[in-house]
Design a protein around this ligand. Structure first.
Ligand SMILES: Cc1cc2nc3c(=O)[nH]c(=O)nc-3n(C[C@H](O)[C@H](O)[C@H](O)COP(=O)(O)OP(=O)(O)OC[C@H]3O[C@@H](n4cnc5c(N)ncnc54)[C@H](O)[C@@H]3O)c2cc1C
Length: 416
C-alpha cells in the first residue's frame, strides 16, 4: 500500500495557490477588519463584504495554510460526538438549535460553492455512524431516535443489514440520507476570499497583526509586524487556535492523523459511498473526495507539535508512522473488495475542541468593538459559516439568541 507517499496536506499539494494576495504596505482604515486567513476569516469577510461593509482581511500566512489546510473537509451534523452526547452536555433544546444551524450551514456552503467558478469539490453525501461494540449499540439507537424525531431521513442498521451494505462488521449503524457533505477546504477558502474581494473586500497575505489597541474612542488599531496599521471601527479575530489563550474553553488538544489514497475505480462494499464515523474511541472516519480518493482519518493521540515532538524535544515520528500504517491497514480491512488501495498523502496535525464541541463566537463582556470566531473541532467549516452569518447579524444590531449558544462567556467557559 505505501508506494509514493507524500507527507503533506493533500489539498495544498493537489491545488497550486489559486491566487496570491499582496502584503499590507501602507496604513489603512476600514469599517471591519478580519484577522485570519483560514476558513473562518474567509467566510466572515465574505458575509461582511457582501453586506456592503468596507472590509479588510489580513492573514499572517498565505490563505488557507492554517488548520484549514489539514482539515478533512467533511461536513456532518455530528462529528467526534453524536447529537445525543451534545444534548447531554448542553440540553436537548440547545443541541437541536446547534443541529439546525449546522444543517443550514451545509445548505449555505452548497449554495456558495455552486455560485463560485470552482465548486471547491463540494458534494452532498449520505452518512453512516456505526459501532462494532455491543455495549455502544444502544447509543446508536438513541441517536437514531433523536434524528428521526428531528425529521431526518434515517435508517437503523443491525449486524445483518449492515453486512449487506458494508464489508466491515457493525453491531449497529445509523444511515442518514443527504445529511453530510465533502468539500476541498483549501479551495473553499480561496473561493470565499475571491468572492469577498469581488464584493469589495481588501485582502492581505503574509501580514501579521501583532497588537490590538481598543483603548481609543473612535477606532480599534491593529499594528502589523511590518509596522503598518489598520484602523477599524470593528475587528473580528478569526486567527485560529493560537488565540484560544484569550478566550479559554478549549477542553482538549490532541494530534490527529489522516491518509488520502490515489483515486480508486470503485467503492465495492461501501454504500453511497457515504461519510463514515465510527462511534467508539479511537475515533475513525472515512470519506471520498470529488476525484474519487479515499480519505481516512482519526486514531488521535496525545498532542505533538508540528515537527512530531512531545514537549518540543522527544522525537515521535516513528510513532506517527505507525499511526499512518495503522490507517492504511484499517482501510484495507474495512474494504477488502476495493483493489489497489494506494496511500498518496499522509499528514498529522494538532486539533482542539471545546467541551461541548461547539465553537467560541462573539464578544467578550468588556468589549463592544472586538469579536472572536474560534471555529475548532470536527465541524470547524460549518462553524465558520455560522460565525459569518451570526456575527454579521450582531454587528447590524439584529437581536440574536442563537449567538448565545457559542458565547465566550457560557458558564463552563470561564477564562482559565
Ligand atoms: C486534522 C484535522 C482535521 C479536521 N477535519 C475537519 C473536517 O473534516 N471538517 C471540519 O469542518 N473541520 C475539520 N477540522 C477543523 C477545521 O479544519 C478547523 O476548525 C478550521 O480549519 C479552522 O479554521 P480557522 O480559519 O478558524 O483557522 P486556521 O485555518 O488555523 O486559520 C488561522 C489563520 O489565521 C492566521 N493568523 C494567525 N495569527 C495571525 C495574526 N496574528 N495576524 C494575522 N493572521 C493570523 C493564520 O496565518 C491562518 O491563516 C479539522 C482539523 C484538523 C486539525
Amino acid at each position: 500500500m505505501m508506494k509514493t507517499m507524500v507527507h503533506a496536506s493533500a489539498w495544498t499539494s493537489l491545488t497550486p495557490a489559486p491566487k496570491q494576495y499582496a502584503w499590507l504596505d501602507q496604513d489603512i482604515t476600514c469599517q471591519v477588519a478580519v484577522v485570519g486567513g483560514g476558513i473562518s476569516a474567509a467566510m466572515i469577510a465574505l458575509r461582511f463584504a457582501q453586506a456592503g461593509l468596507d472590509t479588510v482581511m489580513v492573514s499572517e500566512s498565505p490563505l488557507g495554510y492554517g488548520s484549514t489546510a489539514v482539515s478533512s473537509g467533511i461536513m456532518t451534523l455530528s462529528g467526534r460526538d453524536c447529537l445525543t452526547c451534545m444534548a447531554e452536555e448542553i440540553g436537548p433544546e440547545r443541541a437541536m438549535t446547534a443541529s439546525r444551524l449546522m444543517t443550514e450551514a451545509i445548505d449555505q456552503i452548497e449554495k456558495l460553492c455552486s455560485s463560485f467558478d470552482d465548486a471547491c469539490g463540494f458534494q452532498r453525501m449520505d452518512s453512516l455512524r456505526y459501532t462494532e461494540r455491543p455495549e455502544e449499540a444502544a447509543k446508536i439507537r438513541r441517536e437514531y431516535s433523536l434524528r428521526l424525531h428531528s425529521g431526518m431521513e434515517v435508517e437503523l442498521l443491525d449486524s445483518i443489514t449492515g453486512s449487506q451494505q458494508f464489508t466491515f462488521p457493525m453491531e449497529a449503524g445509523m444511515y442518514a440520507k443527504n445529511a453530510a457533505a465533502q468539500v476541498d477546504p483549501y479551495r473553499l477558502v480561496h473561493g470565499a476570499a475571491e468572492a469577498a474581494e469581488k464584493a469589495g473586500a481588501r485582502i492581505y497575505e503574509n501580514t501579521s497583526a501583532e497588537t490590538l489597541d481598543e483603548s481609543g474612542e473612535e477606532a480599534v488599531i491593529l499594528e502589523c509586524a511590518n509596522g503598518r496599521t489598520i484602523k477599524a471601527d470593528y475587528v473580528i479575530m478569526a486567527s485560529g487556535i493560537g488565540m484560544s489563550h484569550m478566550l479559554g474553553g478549549i477542553d482538549e488538544v490532541r494530534t490527529t492523523y489522516m491518509l488520502v489514497t490515489e483515486p480508486v475505480a470503485g467503492f465495492a462494499g461501501w454504500r453511497g459511498p457515504c461519510v463514515i464515523h465510527r462511534e467508539e474511541e479511537p475515533r475513525l472516519y472515512c470519506s471520498v473526495t470529488e476525484d474519487r480518493r479515499i480519505l481516512i482519518g482519526g486514531l488521535d493521540s496525545y498532542y505533538m507539535d508540528e515537527k512530531g515532538r512531545v514537549a518540543g524535544v522527544l522525537d515521535m515520528s516513528p510513532a506517527m508512522d505507525k499511526r499512518f500504517d495503522s490507517l492504511a491497514m484499517t482501510l484495507k480491512e474495512m474494504f477488502p473488495a476495493i483493489p489497489d488501495l494506494t496511500a498518496e498523502y499522509v499528514f498529522a496535525s494538532p486539533d482542539a475542541s471545546t467541551k461541548d464541541t461547539l465553537p467560541i463566537i462573539g464578544r467578550l463582556p468588556d468589549s463592544s468593538r472586538v469579536a472572536y470566531a474560534l471555529c475548532c473541532g470536527d465541524n470547524g467549516i460549518l462553524f465558520a459559516e455560522i460565525a459569518g452569518r451570526l456575527l454579521l447579524q450582531q454587528y447590524q444590531g439584529v437581536d440574536n439568541q442563537e449567538l448565545g449558544l457559542f458565547s465566550p462567556g457560557r458558564s463552563w467557559r470561564v477564562k482559565r
